[in-house]
Design a protein around this ligand. Sequence first.
Ligand code: PMP
Length: 403
Amino acid sequence: MSVTTDTRPLDVLTDFPAIPAGWAYLDTAATSQKPRPVLDAINRGYGETYATVHRGVYQRSADMTLAFEAARERVAQFIGGQPNETIFVRGATEGINLVAQCWAGTQLRPGDRILLSTLEHHSNIVPWQMVAEKVGAEIDVIPLTADHRIDLDAMAAMITPAHKLVALAHVSNVLGSVLDARRATEIAHSVGARILLDGCQAVPRLPVNVAEIGCDFYVFSGHKLYGPTGIGVLWGKAELLDAMPPYQGGGSMIDRVTFARTTYAPPPGRFEAGTPHIVGVLGLHAAMDYVEGIGLDRIHAHETALVTQAREALGQINSVRLFGPDDSAGIVSFAVEGVHPHDVATILDEGSVAIRAGHHCAQPLMDALGVPATARASFGVYNGADDIAALVKGIERVTRIFG
Ligand code: PMP
């Protein structure tokens, strides 16, 4: 079958110099391509405006410090938090490790429990395993519903006052399942547990407001939000951050250093030791402006429409098995019967369609789905129905080759 429309409703493809005509880039869940305003911000950052932040007394450095802190305010506004609650980290992985070490590592006691879900990314599993081992805590796992969402009824039934921390993906990187974040937060808070949301796949795809959700910590990575690699955000409630010890020691995170005793800066500086990724922060600012210029409601509607088209078209191919719910956010995982996902991806690549194949850093989810790997197509602002047509054509070729 073929998908006939060639619309790209957001009409932004020309903003992305790294996407040549005819290349269907369907791996935005791994990392997004960068629009020109982000590339320009990076160029300017390392170009005519470059200097360090927070230390220099000369004008260029003072200007850069203002730009750096303006980006922090932009991030806070983007997710509905406050600047002093907004910490720049290398990415979601570092943000989760920071909370695991500095909050869980100091708050949890032997016998306490941590609640995760079956569909978590390894970066929202392994840091909790490491801290659980250190403090003598246990991990419990929320199962999935039949349509592959985190089962919040099961969560409500299994959570106990021994659970001190819940950590869940806001949107699954494999299935696109969207968590009812407010309900999950209410359930966690009903027993006094804190909740961290992994917003890596949510922030580029949905409007997110941490104050409305009511969660305690929220993390995401800039490179999935059309921004640079090496920069991400940890947002945390002020009273929790205030009570947390530093993550790393070094310059910038101190109040006063003597050999007898060192005192630490208040958050966010306390958690930002060393020279930060200055230009990454500027690029992230530009990425947020870019995304909001399009509008997250529009982006969400656009990606939902692409998911619907893709699922309908792929669903008509007999040998294709779809995973995840029909209303998943911008991400479709599937398998072609009798063909390893790596072979699927290789054949698609021959037709200029780039998808991801593998376990997507979610091996426990693969075990639950009963597959070693999936093929995954994920969408961004630049994709259109022609990309889905190319994907479907590629899958039809796969089925012909493998009989
Ligand atoms: N969580 C989710 C849901 C993700 O999709 C990813 C990236 N694949 C991560 C965490 C880790 O992000 P990073 O590698 O940028 O730290």
